[in-house]
Write a new protein. Structure first.
Length: 364
Protein backbone atom coordinates (compact mmCIF):
# COMPACT_ATOMS: atom_id res chain seq x y z
CA UNK A 1 0.00 0.00 0.00
CA UNK A 2 1.11 3.55 -0.72
CA UNK A 3 1.71 5.83 2.17
CA UNK A 4 0.09 9.29 2.13
CA UNK A 5 3.50 10.86 1.43
CA UNK A 6 4.11 8.59 -1.58
CA UNK A 7 0.63 9.29 -2.96
CA UNK A 8 1.23 13.01 -2.57
CA UNK A 9 4.51 12.82 -4.54
CA UNK A 10 2.90 10.75 -7.30
CA UNK A 11 0.06 13.25 -7.70
CA UNK A 12 2.57 16.09 -7.93
CA UNK A 13 4.57 14.19 -10.56
CA UNK A 14 1.42 13.45 -12.57
CA UNK A 15 0.30 17.08 -12.43
CA UNK A 16 3.75 18.23 -13.58
CA UNK A 17 3.61 15.89 -16.59
CA UNK A 18 0.20 17.20 -17.64
CA UNK A 19 1.47 20.80 -17.29
CA UNK A 20 4.49 20.11 -19.53
CA UNK A 21 2.27 18.46 -22.19
CA UNK A 22 -0.20 21.36 -22.05
CA UNK A 23 2.54 24.00 -22.48
CA UNK A 24 4.07 22.07 -25.38
CA UNK A 25 0.69 22.00 -27.17
CA UNK A 26 0.20 25.74 -26.64
CA UNK A 27 3.71 26.54 -27.90
CA UNK A 28 3.27 24.34 -30.98
CA UNK A 29 -0.02 26.02 -31.84
CA UNK A 30 1.52 29.49 -31.39
CA UNK A 31 4.45 28.70 -33.68
CA UNK A 32 2.13 27.27 -36.34
CA UNK A 33 -0.13 30.33 -36.32
CA UNK A 34 2.76 32.79 -36.27
CA UNK A 35 4.88 31.40 -39.07
CA UNK A 36 2.50 29.64 -41.41
CA UNK A 37 2.24 31.34 -44.79
CA UNK A 38 -0.78 30.03 -46.74
CA UNK A 39 0.94 30.56 -50.08
CA UNK A 40 4.44 29.84 -48.84
CA UNK A 41 7.77 31.38 -49.75
CA UNK A 42 8.94 28.20 -51.44
CA UNK A 43 11.24 25.39 -50.34
CA UNK A 44 14.13 27.72 -49.59
CA UNK A 45 12.19 29.38 -46.75
CA UNK A 46 11.77 26.36 -44.45
CA UNK A 47 15.28 26.51 -42.96
CA UNK A 48 14.77 30.22 -42.29
CA UNK A 49 11.67 29.65 -40.16
CA UNK A 50 13.27 26.80 -38.24
CA UNK A 51 16.36 28.88 -37.59
CA UNK A 52 14.25 31.77 -36.35
CA UNK A 53 12.38 29.51 -33.93
CA UNK A 54 15.37 27.63 -32.56
CA UNK A 55 17.59 30.69 -32.10
CA UNK A 56 15.21 33.09 -30.43
CA UNK A 57 17.69 33.86 -27.70
CA UNK A 58 20.27 35.07 -30.22
CA UNK A 59 18.05 37.70 -31.85
CA UNK A 60 19.15 41.23 -31.04
CA UNK A 61 16.36 43.74 -30.47
CA UNK A 62 17.69 47.25 -31.16
CA UNK A 63 16.52 50.26 -29.22
CA UNK A 64 13.34 51.85 -30.57
CA UNK A 65 14.03 54.69 -32.97
CA UNK A 66 12.36 58.04 -32.30
CA UNK A 67 12.53 60.23 -35.39
CA UNK A 68 11.61 63.92 -35.60
CA UNK A 69 8.23 64.72 -37.16
CA UNK A 70 9.76 65.56 -40.54
CA UNK A 71 11.33 62.09 -40.74
CA UNK A 72 8.25 59.96 -40.05
CA UNK A 73 7.92 56.97 -42.44
CA UNK A 74 4.76 56.84 -44.53
CA UNK A 75 4.77 53.05 -44.80
CA UNK A 76 4.29 50.74 -41.82
CA UNK A 77 7.12 50.93 -39.31
CA UNK A 78 8.20 47.54 -38.04
CA UNK A 79 10.37 46.19 -35.24
CA UNK A 80 13.98 45.34 -35.99
CA UNK A 81 13.53 41.98 -34.25
CA UNK A 82 14.13 39.42 -37.01
CA UNK A 83 11.84 36.87 -35.37
CA UNK A 84 8.88 39.07 -36.39
CA UNK A 85 10.09 39.70 -39.94
CA UNK A 86 8.32 36.75 -41.64
CA UNK A 87 4.97 38.08 -40.37
CA UNK A 88 5.80 41.59 -41.61
CA UNK A 89 6.58 40.35 -45.10
CA UNK A 90 3.55 38.07 -45.16
CA UNK A 91 1.40 41.12 -44.41
CA UNK A 92 3.00 43.06 -47.26
CA UNK A 93 2.40 40.22 -49.71
CA UNK A 94 -1.19 39.81 -48.49
CA UNK A 95 -1.82 43.53 -49.04
CA UNK A 96 -0.34 43.22 -52.52
CA UNK A 97 -2.60 40.28 -53.37
CA UNK A 98 -5.70 42.09 -52.10
CA UNK A 99 -5.00 45.25 -54.11
CA UNK A 100 -4.21 43.17 -57.20
CA UNK A 101 -7.71 41.68 -56.89
CA UNK A 102 -9.34 45.13 -56.66
CA UNK A 103 -11.02 45.59 -60.04
CA UNK A 104 -11.33 49.36 -59.49
CA UNK A 105 -7.52 49.63 -59.51
CA UNK A 106 -6.85 47.10 -62.25
CA UNK A 107 -5.52 49.62 -64.78
CA UNK A 108 -3.11 50.97 -62.13
CA UNK A 109 -1.93 47.63 -60.73
CA UNK A 110 -1.59 45.31 -63.73
CA UNK A 111 0.80 45.32 -66.66
CA UNK A 112 2.05 42.82 -69.20
CA UNK A 113 5.27 40.93 -68.46
CA UNK A 114 6.91 42.54 -71.48
CA UNK A 115 10.53 42.80 -72.54
CA UNK A 116 10.61 46.15 -70.71
CA UNK A 117 9.83 44.31 -67.44
CA UNK A 118 12.18 41.41 -68.16
CA UNK A 119 14.98 43.90 -68.86
CA UNK A 120 14.57 45.20 -65.30
CA UNK A 121 15.05 41.77 -63.68
CA UNK A 122 18.62 40.62 -63.00
CA UNK A 123 19.53 36.96 -62.60
CA UNK A 124 21.80 35.05 -60.24
CA UNK A 125 21.59 31.46 -61.47
CA UNK A 126 24.17 30.18 -59.01
CA UNK A 127 21.89 30.95 -56.06
CA UNK A 128 18.53 30.99 -57.91
CA UNK A 129 17.71 34.66 -57.30
CA UNK A 130 15.86 37.27 -59.38
CA UNK A 131 16.09 40.96 -58.49
CA UNK A 132 13.82 43.55 -60.12
CA UNK A 133 15.47 46.95 -60.37
CA UNK A 134 13.45 49.93 -59.14
CA UNK A 135 15.74 52.97 -59.67
CA UNK A 136 16.15 55.64 -56.96
CA UNK A 137 15.57 53.07 -54.19
CA UNK A 138 19.16 52.07 -53.38
CA UNK A 139 19.38 49.51 -56.18
CA UNK A 140 23.08 50.04 -56.84
CA UNK A 141 23.91 48.27 -53.57
CA UNK A 142 21.72 45.28 -54.38
CA UNK A 143 23.32 44.99 -57.80
CA UNK A 144 26.72 44.89 -56.06
CA UNK A 145 25.47 42.04 -53.87
CA UNK A 146 24.41 40.04 -56.95
CA UNK A 147 27.63 40.82 -58.82
CA UNK A 148 29.60 39.26 -55.96
CA UNK A 149 27.26 36.26 -55.80
CA UNK A 150 27.66 35.69 -59.54
CA UNK A 151 31.44 35.57 -59.06
CA UNK A 152 32.52 38.57 -61.15
CA UNK A 153 34.20 40.05 -58.04
CA UNK A 154 35.08 38.46 -54.70
CA UNK A 155 33.83 41.34 -52.55
CA UNK A 156 31.64 44.43 -52.82
CA UNK A 157 34.57 46.71 -52.03
CA UNK A 158 36.44 45.50 -55.12
CA UNK A 159 33.71 46.53 -57.58
CA UNK A 160 34.58 49.77 -59.46
CA UNK A 161 31.65 52.21 -59.52
CA UNK A 162 31.77 52.46 -63.33
CA UNK A 163 31.29 48.69 -63.59
CA UNK A 164 28.11 48.36 -61.50
CA UNK A 165 25.78 49.61 -64.26
CA UNK A 166 27.87 48.33 -67.18
CA UNK A 167 25.92 45.19 -67.99
CA UNK A 168 28.52 43.92 -70.42
CA UNK A 169 31.16 43.77 -67.68
CA UNK A 170 29.40 43.29 -64.35
CA UNK A 171 28.37 39.68 -64.89
CA UNK A 172 24.65 40.35 -64.27
CA UNK A 173 22.45 38.84 -67.00
CA UNK A 174 18.95 40.22 -67.52
CA UNK A 175 16.01 37.83 -67.50
CA UNK A 176 15.15 39.00 -71.03
CA UNK A 177 18.35 37.38 -72.33
CA UNK A 178 16.92 33.86 -71.80
CA UNK A 179 14.49 31.84 -73.92
CA UNK A 180 10.78 31.86 -73.08
CA UNK A 181 10.96 28.43 -71.43
CA UNK A 182 14.01 29.43 -69.38
CA UNK A 183 12.30 32.66 -68.32
CA UNK A 184 9.21 30.76 -67.13
CA UNK A 185 11.33 28.25 -65.23
CA UNK A 186 13.18 31.00 -63.36
CA UNK A 187 10.02 32.95 -62.62
CA UNK A 188 8.43 29.81 -61.17
CA UNK A 189 11.37 28.49 -59.15
CA UNK A 190 13.68 31.35 -58.13
CA UNK A 191 13.62 33.61 -55.08
CA UNK A 192 12.31 36.97 -56.34
CA UNK A 193 12.42 40.38 -54.68
CA UNK A 194 12.45 44.14 -55.22
CA UNK A 195 12.51 47.30 -53.09
CA UNK A 196 10.02 50.19 -52.93
CA UNK A 197 9.89 53.59 -51.21
CA UNK A 198 7.36 56.41 -50.88
CA UNK A 199 6.43 57.08 -54.54
CA UNK A 200 6.58 60.89 -54.32
CA UNK A 201 9.91 60.91 -52.50
CA UNK A 202 11.29 58.61 -55.19
CA UNK A 203 10.20 61.12 -57.88
CA UNK A 204 11.98 63.92 -56.01
CA UNK A 205 15.13 61.79 -55.88
CA UNK A 206 14.91 61.09 -59.62
CA UNK A 207 14.43 64.78 -60.41
CA UNK A 208 17.38 65.89 -58.26
CA UNK A 209 19.70 63.19 -59.56
CA UNK A 210 18.92 63.45 -63.27
CA UNK A 211 18.09 67.12 -63.77
CA UNK A 212 19.79 69.06 -60.95
CA UNK A 213 22.98 67.22 -60.02
CA UNK A 214 23.04 65.34 -63.36
CA UNK A 215 26.01 62.92 -63.53
CA UNK A 216 28.51 63.95 -66.19
CA UNK A 217 28.16 60.56 -67.90
CA UNK A 218 24.38 61.07 -68.37
CA UNK A 219 24.13 64.39 -70.27
CA UNK A 220 21.02 63.39 -72.21
CA UNK A 221 18.74 64.05 -69.20
CA UNK A 222 19.68 67.72 -69.08
CA UNK A 223 20.30 68.36 -72.77
CA UNK A 224 17.66 66.21 -74.48
CA UNK A 225 14.94 65.10 -72.06
CA UNK A 226 14.63 68.32 -70.05
CA UNK A 227 14.12 70.54 -73.16
CA UNK A 228 11.46 68.11 -74.43
CA UNK A 229 9.50 68.38 -71.16
CA UNK A 230 9.90 72.18 -71.04
CA UNK A 231 8.60 72.64 -74.59
CA UNK A 232 5.48 70.65 -73.83
CA UNK A 233 4.66 71.52 -70.23
CA UNK A 234 6.12 74.90 -69.21
CA UNK A 235 3.35 77.48 -68.81
CA UNK A 236 5.58 80.55 -69.03
CA UNK A 237 7.46 80.11 -72.30
CA UNK A 238 9.58 83.24 -71.68
CA UNK A 239 11.42 81.58 -68.78
CA UNK A 240 14.88 80.35 -69.75
CA UNK A 241 15.85 78.47 -66.55
CA UNK A 242 16.36 74.74 -66.61
CA UNK A 243 13.75 72.10 -65.89
CA UNK A 244 11.76 72.89 -62.73
CA UNK A 245 10.03 70.35 -60.50
CA UNK A 246 6.68 71.87 -61.51
CA UNK A 247 7.42 71.05 -65.17
CA UNK A 248 8.40 67.50 -64.19
CA UNK A 249 5.20 66.94 -62.19
CA UNK A 250 3.03 68.27 -65.01
CA UNK A 251 4.69 65.89 -67.46
CA UNK A 252 4.34 62.85 -65.17
CA UNK A 253 0.68 63.58 -64.39
CA UNK A 254 -0.34 64.08 -68.00
CA UNK A 255 -2.56 61.14 -69.10
CA UNK A 256 -0.94 61.52 -72.53
CA UNK A 257 2.64 61.33 -71.24
CA UNK A 258 3.42 58.18 -73.24
CA UNK A 259 4.15 59.96 -76.50
CA UNK A 260 7.13 61.62 -74.80
CA UNK A 261 8.09 58.42 -72.97
CA UNK A 262 8.53 56.68 -76.32
CA UNK A 263 10.99 59.38 -77.38
CA UNK A 264 12.88 59.15 -74.07
CA UNK A 265 13.24 55.36 -74.30
CA UNK A 266 14.50 53.34 -71.32
CA UNK A 267 15.66 56.52 -69.57
CA UNK A 268 12.15 56.76 -68.11
CA UNK A 269 12.90 53.84 -65.73
CA UNK A 270 13.91 56.40 -63.09
CA UNK A 271 10.36 57.70 -62.73
CA UNK A 272 7.86 55.16 -64.11
CA UNK A 273 5.70 53.25 -61.62
CA UNK A 274 6.76 50.12 -59.75
CA UNK A 275 3.91 48.39 -61.55
CA UNK A 276 5.41 49.20 -64.95
CA UNK A 277 8.89 48.18 -63.82
CA UNK A 278 8.25 44.89 -62.00
CA UNK A 279 4.68 43.70 -62.78
CA UNK A 280 3.99 42.78 -59.12
CA UNK A 281 0.46 41.52 -59.84
CA UNK A 282 1.67 39.20 -62.61
CA UNK A 283 4.91 37.91 -61.02
CA UNK A 284 4.72 36.22 -57.62
CA UNK A 285 7.52 37.86 -55.65
CA UNK A 286 8.97 36.21 -52.54
CA UNK A 287 9.75 39.43 -50.67
CA UNK A 288 9.09 43.15 -51.14
CA UNK A 289 11.49 45.32 -49.17
CA UNK A 290 10.79 48.89 -48.12
CA UNK A 291 13.47 51.56 -48.34
CA UNK A 292 12.16 53.12 -45.12
CA UNK A 293 12.87 49.90 -43.17
CA UNK A 294 15.88 48.70 -45.14
CA UNK A 295 18.01 48.26 -42.01
CA UNK A 296 15.65 45.40 -41.09
CA UNK A 297 14.67 44.28 -44.57
CA UNK A 298 18.16 43.88 -46.08
CA UNK A 299 19.39 41.23 -43.62
CA UNK A 300 16.02 39.48 -43.80
CA UNK A 301 16.18 39.30 -47.62
CA UNK A 302 19.71 37.88 -47.52
CA UNK A 303 18.62 35.29 -44.96
CA UNK A 304 15.40 34.41 -46.80
CA UNK A 305 17.38 33.92 -50.03
CA UNK A 306 19.86 31.69 -48.20
CA UNK A 307 22.88 33.88 -48.94
CA UNK A 308 23.44 35.71 -45.64
CA UNK A 309 26.54 33.59 -44.96
CA UNK A 310 28.06 34.56 -48.32
CA UNK A 311 27.59 38.34 -48.56
CA UNK A 312 26.44 41.31 -46.49
CA UNK A 313 24.46 44.34 -47.58
CA UNK A 314 26.71 47.44 -47.54
CA UNK A 315 26.53 49.63 -44.45
CA UNK A 316 23.59 52.06 -44.57
CA UNK A 317 24.46 55.64 -43.48
CA UNK A 318 22.32 56.74 -40.50
CA UNK A 319 19.01 58.36 -41.46
CA UNK A 320 19.44 57.94 -45.21
CA UNK A 321 16.47 55.59 -45.58
CA UNK A 322 14.01 57.57 -43.45
CA UNK A 323 11.09 59.33 -45.12
CA UNK A 324 11.63 63.11 -45.04
CA UNK A 325 8.15 64.61 -44.77
CA UNK A 326 9.41 68.20 -44.72
CA UNK A 327 11.38 67.76 -47.95
CA UNK A 328 8.40 66.28 -49.78
CA UNK A 329 6.08 69.05 -48.62
CA UNK A 330 8.62 71.69 -49.63
CA UNK A 331 8.96 70.34 -53.15
CA UNK A 332 5.21 70.16 -53.65
CA UNK A 333 4.40 73.48 -51.95
CA UNK A 334 4.53 75.44 -55.23
CA UNK A 335 2.62 72.87 -57.29
CA UNK A 336 -1.07 73.35 -58.04
CA UNK A 337 -3.54 70.92 -56.42
CA UNK A 338 -4.76 69.98 -59.89
CA UNK A 339 -1.28 68.89 -61.00
CA UNK A 340 -0.62 67.02 -57.75
CA UNK A 341 -3.93 65.16 -58.01
CA UNK A 342 -3.16 64.15 -61.59
CA UNK A 343 0.26 62.93 -60.46
CA UNK A 344 -1.26 60.92 -57.60
CA UNK A 345 -3.84 59.46 -59.99
CA UNK A 346 -1.00 57.99 -62.04
CA UNK A 347 0.92 56.61 -59.03
CA UNK A 348 -2.10 55.57 -56.95
CA UNK A 349 -1.43 51.92 -57.72
CA UNK A 350 2.05 52.19 -56.18
CA UNK A 351 0.66 53.90 -53.08
CA UNK A 352 -2.05 51.28 -52.56
CA UNK A 353 -0.10 48.14 -53.48
CA UNK A 354 2.70 48.82 -51.02
CA UNK A 355 0.86 50.45 -48.13
CA UNK A 356 1.86 54.11 -48.51
CA UNK A 357 -0.52 56.80 -47.30
CA UNK A 358 -1.96 59.44 -49.56
CA UNK A 359 0.04 62.66 -48.83
CA UNK A 360 -1.47 65.00 -46.25
CA UNK A 361 -1.21 67.99 -48.60
CA UNK A 362 -3.65 66.26 -50.95
CA UNK A 363 -6.21 65.87 -48.17
CA UNK A 364 -6.17 69.48 -46.93
Amino acid sequence: WLTPDNMHHQWLLLAACFWVIFMFMVASKFITLTFKDPDGYGAKQEPLILTAVTKVEEVHVPEEKHWPEEFQPTGKAFSGNLIHQPLVHMERLELLRNVCRDTALRDLSHTAVSKFVLDRIFVCDKHKILFCQTPKVGNTQWKKVLIVLNGAFSSIEEIPENIVHDHEKNGLPRLSSFSDSEIKKRLNLYFKFFIVRDPFERLISAFKDKFVHNPRFEPWYRHEIAPGIIRKYRKNRTETKGLQFEDFVRYLGDPNHRWLDVQFGDHIIHWVTYVELCAPCEITYSVIGHHETLEDDAPYILKAAGIDHLVSYPTIPPGITVYNKTKVERYFSGISKRDIRRLYARFEGDFKLFGYREPDFLLN
